[in-house]
Design a protein around this ligand. Structure first.
Ligand code: NAD
Length: 500
């Protein structure tokens, strides 16, 4: 995701409302089932930068609610599939316009709910708008093929048929972009949807659902159920009427869902964890390499599935690169994402901060040196952290740390570096800093990762390119985003048309 992507800087002007203005009202979020907003809100979401502020209150669904959402989706399925694709796309295009009109408000809510900085949140909402536009326009294009037949007077064509009801389970780190990039291709290709957003971020998903409803999406075509993954997510996965499940989240949860869906041969797409590596070679410019690595490691508080988490550096550049990386880390201004000047928002929750802090502590115990950063000093703020003297076999080099923490490791040369990059359970994103075209090509060909970057941060993908990983990062079957996502949400029917 990506995320999967680095939010694009926007041209939106600075907020006119100071961050210190009166606390905005708490938003009441409800389930969306069969076109009705329902459910008693019971669960509070507080601003990670200002714990006294309740941003949203949302209901927590039961398995019965999850099943009711699937029933509503099933009832809407036939009419939606029969709606011409351009008409389905037109609703997405209208929803994009509505979201664009509320861009700033939704971005500010996203900061308050998830914690990232306002420019990052604006970039994410911008991405959701563009995703709706991209797939809205695809309503005119997503179709099958015409193929030659060996038979005389016969034409063969393929039709892209919707799967039926798709369940979408999403994480908190890109709380509007990820639901958008799963829901938009599912909807435009004629599927109905039940979305289960992360518990920590109900409001951003609510904003997305609201614009789709207001744009005219018929009741039951999109349903949203809030609540606990182990209850709602599990109920959706086990409901045999759900034809496909697209999940983004942790590897442990994803693997469990895979077992459930595969057992009944339903289609499943998983985007999971990463331990994304960078290789910095002697021929690179140390300051430029440090900028690239820092952007990938610390952007969006490092809470990105494609974040750079380990860097292998050859001897000639190691000292200069490490010094420049520490400088980049220390230039960050952690703080409330709504305050002008903040470049790094808080960690999403106390639980996540405890996990990140424990990982830094474990690294220290296993021999790493904390060159800069370390545990939070205030609230949920965690300073960008650079670990040096990290051993390749230690946890800091092997296990995902979903925060602004990067490990620097020594390698002798390119071949050893490439081998270390590939020696991982994960394979989501990887990068190389080099001025050698030959090395760049060789790395792109031999590295085991779904996304390869040369002299660019591991984070940040355009919305039109296939996204996914290999090994424990992904199901490595269907890719997300761009036209590749149509493959996941449709099946191909082959039709022979003979002349009489
Ligand atoms: P998570 O796996 O805890 O939760 C993700 C979603 O799954 C949430 O909606 C949650 O409620 C639901 N869930 C939890 N338990 C479930 C269960 N038993 N059955 C069904 N659903 C369940 O992950 P998270 O903490 O929200 O997000 C962080 C993780 O997501 C990180 O590991 C990160 O690498 C990964 N991530 C991956 C990508 C990617 O594209 N590869 C993108 C973003 C985040």
């Amino acid at each position: 995701m990506t995320t999967t992507y680095t939010p694009t800087p926007t041209t939106v002007t600075s907020p006119t409302t100071p961050a210190t203005a009166a606390t905005p009202a708490t938003v009441t979020v409800r389930h969306l089932i069969g076109g009705e907003w329902t459910g008693e809100p019971t669960v509070e979401r507080r601003n990670p930068a200002r714990p006294e502020e309740v941003v949203a209150v949302a209901p927590s669904a039961t398995t019965a609610d999850a099943h009711a959402a699937v029933t509503a989706a099933q009832q809407a399925q036939a009419d939606w599939a029969a709606t011409p694709a351009p008409a389905r796309g037109a609703i997405l295009l209208d929803a994009a316009e509505l979201l664009r009109a509320r861009h700033e408000d939704v971005a500010r809510d996203l900061v308050r709910e998830e914690g990232k900085t306002l420019p990052e949140a604006r970039g994410e909402v911008r991405r959701a708008i563009d995703v709706l536009r991209f797939f809205g326009a695809l309503g005119w294009r997503a179709t099958g093929e015409v193929l030659p037949s060996g038979l005389p007077d016969t034409q063969v064509l393929t039709r892209r048929e919707p799967l039926g009801t798709a369940a979408l389970i999403t994480p908190w780190n890109f709380p509007i972009a990820i639901p958008a990039w799963k829901a938009a291709p599912a909807l435009v290709t004629g599927n109905t949807v039940v979305l289960k957003p992360a518990e920590l971020t109900p409001l951003s998903a609510h904003h997305l659902a609201s614009v789709l409803v207001e744009a005219g999406l018929p009741g039951g075509v999109l349903n949203v159920v809030h609540g606990r993954g182990a209850v709602v997510g599990d109920a959706l996965a086990r409901d045999r009427r759900v034809a496909a499940l697209s999940f983004t989240g942790s590897t442990t949860v994803g693997q469990g869902l895979h077992r459930v869906l595969s057992a009944r041969r339903a289609r499943v797409q998983l985007e999971m964890g990463g331990k994304n590596a960078y290789l910095v070679l002697d021929d690179a410019d140390p300051a430029a390499a440090a900028r690239v690595v820092a952007a990938g490691a610390f952007g969006a508080t490092g809470q990105v599935c494609t974040a750079t988490s380990r860097v292998y550096v050859t001897p000639g550049i190691r000292e200069a690169f490490t010094a420049a990386l520490v400088e980049e880390a220390e230039a960050h201004v952690p703080g409330d994402g709504l305050l002008p000047g903040t470049t790094l928002g808080p960690v999403v929750s106390e639980a996540q901060l405890a996990v990140d802090t424990a990982a830094i502590e474990r690294a220290r115990e296993q021999g790493a040196h904390v060159a800069t950063g370390g545990p939070a000093t205030q609230g949920l703020l965690l300073r960008p952290t650079v670990l040096t003297e990290v051993h390749h076999s230690s946890d800091a080099a092997r296990e995902e740390i979903f925060g602004p923490v990067v490990a620097v490791l020594a390698v002798d040369d390119y071949e050893q570096g490439l081998a270390r990059v590939n020696d991982s359970a994960y394979g989501l994103a990887a990068g190389i800093c080099t001025t050698s075209l030959a090395r760049a090509h060789d790395f792109a060909a031999r590295v085991q990762a779904g996304v390869v970057k040369v002299n660019r941060p591991t984070t940040g993908l355009d919305l039109n390119v296939p996204f996914g990983g290999v090994k424990d990062s992904s199901t490595n079957t269907f890719r997300e985003q761009g036209t590749a996502s149509v493959d996941f949400y449709t099946w191909t029917k082959t039709v022979y048309l003979g002349h009489q």
